[in-house]
Design a protein around this ligand. Structure first.
Ligand SMILES: NC(=O)c1ccc[n+]([C@@H]2O[C@H](COP(=O)([O-])OP(=O)(O)OC[C@H]3O[C@@H](n4cnc5c(N)ncnc54)[C@H](OP(=O)(O)O)[C@@H]3O)[C@@H](O)[C@H]2O)c1
Length: 333
């Protein structure tokens, strides 16, 4: 079967492409830069590369013809993007791009269309673990959350009209190469560069290992019920619980204290312009502080029950991530 995949070169997309190829599917991966290292790695795995961009609807039409499944996994995840121009670009990729992919697939008569949404599309849960029936209680605090919420809503509207759309909603995805703030902190930790102090201890989120997430998206695309959404999660943890697992492993300084929110937030606000001025990746930002002072506690029970997937738990996800990042750090020395 032909599957048309967007976002195949990314953190989740690479293991996702591998999971689709393992099923014996003929993967046609939309890539912006076929010459990139990531695109070439996809080609070596056995995917057919098609050049295009989700913001350019015309580039999607021909490569989707004859597809049995379309998976829209492309997206721009970032916090601290800085400014209206970047926000407009995020809107163009995460919302308009999703609309282009889903509507083009519908027009092409594709029988199964899977959209990769996120648990952030439902927003802050407080301390209670929620499921796919939850409804948003507060406005999205960041452009990323706003755009993922808008894309989720447009996919849901198509589902309501009877379109053959199914959604995969991963929790916070971790694993080697993770580009979330926690991924940055884990890389600092294994190199002995993380200070013995952390932030936002009592907030947290649902966590899923990147390989389980990829397997889960493939399962949603293959056999998820059309019109439904499936949360992909191996469990929930607060940052205090996450750092206590990290502390069990070899690294640098153990994390022994947490900045209170009244100090952590100004720290993030002040760090952002400094990181930008120094040309560093934006790890701490006002947006990061806004997102990190919410809880996103969600259950992945529906996907496990209906699709037969099994995600490793938070502890194993973190231990596997730490071990692989430690191995990578050692190799670079
Ligand atoms: N990471 C998480 O914790 C998490 C959690 C829940 C949901 N998600 C969702 O999962 C999806 C994948 O996330 P990720 O973490 O793997 O992100 P990522 O590593 O940044 O990968 C993003 C992918 O989207 C592609 N892309 C971006 N803009 C595009 C455009 N205009 N046209 C075509 N392709 C474009 C990128 O291609 P290039 O190689 O050309 O840049 C890349 O393949 C996103 O929709 C994200 O919102 C992620």
């Amino acid at each position: 079967m032909k599957v048309f995949l967007t976002g195949g070169t990314g953190f989740i997309g690479q293991p996702l492409a591998a999971a689709l190829l393992k099923r014996g599917w003929d993967v046609h991966a939309l890539v912006r830069r076929p010459e990139s290292r990531e695109a070439q790695a996809l080609a070596r795995l056995g995917a057919t590369l098609v050049q295009g961009d989700v913001t350019d609807r015309a580039s999607l039409v021909a490569p989707m013809q004859g597809a049995g499944v379309v998976i829209n996994n492309a997206g721009w995840y970032a916090l601290g993007i800085g400014g209206k121009e970047a926000e407009a670009q995020m809107q163009a990729i995460n919302v308009d791009g999703a609309r282009h992919v889903l509507e083009t697939a519908l027009e092409a008569g594709v029988p199964r269309i899977a959209h990769v949404s996120s648990i952030v599309a439902w927003g802050d849960t407080g301390k209670t673990v929620r499921d796919e029936t939850y409804t948003r209680q507060a406005p999205p605090p960041t452009p990323y959350e706003r755009t993922k919420t808008a894309a989720h809503a447009l996919a849901e509207a198509l589902q309501t009209q009877g379109a053959p759309v199914v959604m995969a909603c991963p929790g916070s995805v971790h694993g080697p190469g993770d580009h979330t703030t926690l991924g940055d902190l884990i890389r600092l930790y294994v190199r002995g560069l993380h200070p013995p102090i952390a932030m936002f201890a009592d907030y947290g989120r649902a966590v899923v290992h990147v390989d389980d997430c990829a397997e889960g998206i493939a399962a949603v695309a293959e056999k998820g019920r059309l019109g439904e959404s499936y949360i992909l999660s191996g469990g929930n943890a607060t940052y205090r619980e996450i750092f206590s697992i990290i502390n069990e492993t070899p690294g640098g300084m153990r994390i022994r204290a947490y900045l209170p929110d009244f100090a952590a937030k100004p720290f993030c606000w002040a760090a952002e312009p400094v990181e930008r001025w120094l040309g560093l990746p934006i790890t701490f930002s006002a947006e990061m502080a806004q997102g990190a002072t919410s809880c996103y506690f969600f259950s992945g029970a529906k996907a496990e029950r209906e699709l037969g997937i099994q995600c490793r738990d938070v502890r194993q996800t973190l231990l596997d991530t730490l071990a692989e990042e430690r191995r990578r750090a050692g190799k670079r020395r």
